[in-house]
Design a binder for this molecule. Structure first.
Ligand SMILES: *Cc1c(COP(=O)(O)O)cnc(C)c1O
Length: 402
């Protein structure tokens, strides 16, 4: 079943006319909750850019020069070398950045390595471009680290790249400096690119700090994907980027920059006034805004982890420390009349009006993904409803085994 079909099936199960509000714990877009409202500085930057009248024109295909420079400066801040504006390509959100990267790698015979569980847009885009996909595993018992042996086992001479998502959607994990350096060493050994999806960059609230993969660009070339959507909580602004982090200029020969430029020259661009506002958004957003969001996510992730611990039919192998999600295992043997994760999500939607994302659409059957990036009251309400759902469906233990 396609993701669309699953999503449709789950939403069709919801009783819209029920007495209780529907709680969207499936996707990561907290922008509708007042406590997650974006920074006033960012809104002012967009309003002023729009009112200036300077950004009513078509933008340059790869992005306005000042906006590209702003992203280069913004990312260079955390790198051991400087990116140039020419290394930055502006896209309509992280989604178009994925489209760009997958499209330019899709050559006949080539394959790409994706994480399992993962972010299904990569699979969908690769299928669209006839790019062969192979999966490596993330290990729940090891804080969802990448199983590097499984990467090596599936790579061959036709492998172009591997994708890593850090901080991780759907697992809520954050990779350590040591782990990322091993990823880079492996990429060098396999002679492949690393595509680092960092749309949740800096959204971390555990003990592991966020380290950009670009820090290892001298070991293997990196294409970093970024976006305003998650950190600024403005997915509707549709602004993202691809950054070529390749201080040794290994990619120059393969003309990656030219391929990206050619792609973007024939596709749509992010709205010019958002690009016009970008330098101010990146420079002027105050630390207090980011702190407030991190504090909120710290609180909601802790509530989520604590409440889930109380639910017997759900196991949470790793406390989330980044992104907006946690991946949990369903113990179906403790439940009556629930066949799999999709069935769990459909029945939960129908009976409790809570929407979760079934793990099978992310590559892991009988797991579910829960977002904690929603208002605290809604989150508590949602977890409470999941708890009563599990109690209602608890398998009755036959008297003779007690
Ligand atoms: C949300 C998301 C994206 C897409 O970013 P947008 O800016 O919303 O288009 C890409 N990758 C991951 C892992 C995401 O969660």
């Amino acid at each position: 079943m396609s993701i669309r079909a699953v999503r449709y099936k789950i939403s069709a199960s919801v009783d819209d006319l029920g007495p209780r509000p529907v709680l969207p714990l499936a996707h990561g877009d907290p922008s509708v909750f007042p406590e997650f409202r974006t920074a006033a500085d960012a809104e002012d930057a967009v309003a002023d850019a729009l009112r200036s009248g300077d950004f009513n024109c078509y933008p340059a295909g790869v992005g306005l020069p000042a906006a590209r420079r702003a992203v280069a400066d913004h990312l260079s801040h955390d790198l051991p070398y400087k990116l140039s504006p020419d290394d930055i390509f502006l896209t309509a959100g992280g989604t178009q950045a994925i489209e760009v990267v997958i499209s330019i790698l899709a050559q006949p015979g080539t394959n790409i390595l994706l994480p399992r569980p993962g972010y299904p847009n990569y699979e969908a885009r690769a299928a669209f471009n006839n790019l062969e996909v192979r999966h490596f595993d993330l290990i729940p018992e090891k804080g969802w680290e990448i199983d590097l042996d499984s990467v090596e086992a599936i790579a061959d001479k036709n492998t172009a790249a591997m994708v890593i998502i850090n901080p991780n959607n759907p697992c809520g994990s954050v990779y350590t400096y040591e782990h990322l350096s091993k990823v880079a060493e492996l990429a060098r050994k396999l002679r492949i690119l690393v595509i680092a999806d960092e749309v949740y960059g800096k959204l971390v609230f555990g003990s592991t700090p966020f380290v950009p993969m670009g820090c290892f660009g001298h070991i293997a070339p990196i294409l970093t994907i970024g976006s305003l959507s998650k950190r600024w909580i403005v997915p509707g602004w549709r602004l993202g980027w691809v950054a070529i982090c390749d201080p040794k200029m290994i990619l120059q020969e393969s003309k990656i920059a030219t391929l990206i430029t050619n792609f973007l020259n024939v596709s749509t661009d992010p709205a010019t006034f958002i690009q016009g506002a970008l330098p101010r958004i990146l420079k002027n957003t105050k630390e207090e805004f980011f702190k407030r969001i991190i504090n909120l996510l710290t609180e909601t992730s802790e509530i989520c982890y604590r409440e889930l611990k109380d639910i017997k039919c759900i196991t949470c192998p790793h406390k989330p420390e980044g992104s907006m999600f946690v991946m949990v295992k369903l113990n179906l043997h403790l439940l009556e009349g629930i066949h799999d994760d999709v069935d769990f999500c459909c029945q939960l939607a129908k009976e409790e009006s809570v929407i979760l994302c079934p793990g099978s659409v992310l590559g892991m059957e009988n797991w579910v993904r829960i977002t904690f990036a929603i208002g605290t009251c809604s989150l508590l309400d949602g977890l409470d409803r999941i708890k009563s759902f599990c109690l209602m469906h608890k398998k009755k233990i036959p008297l003779n085994v007690i």
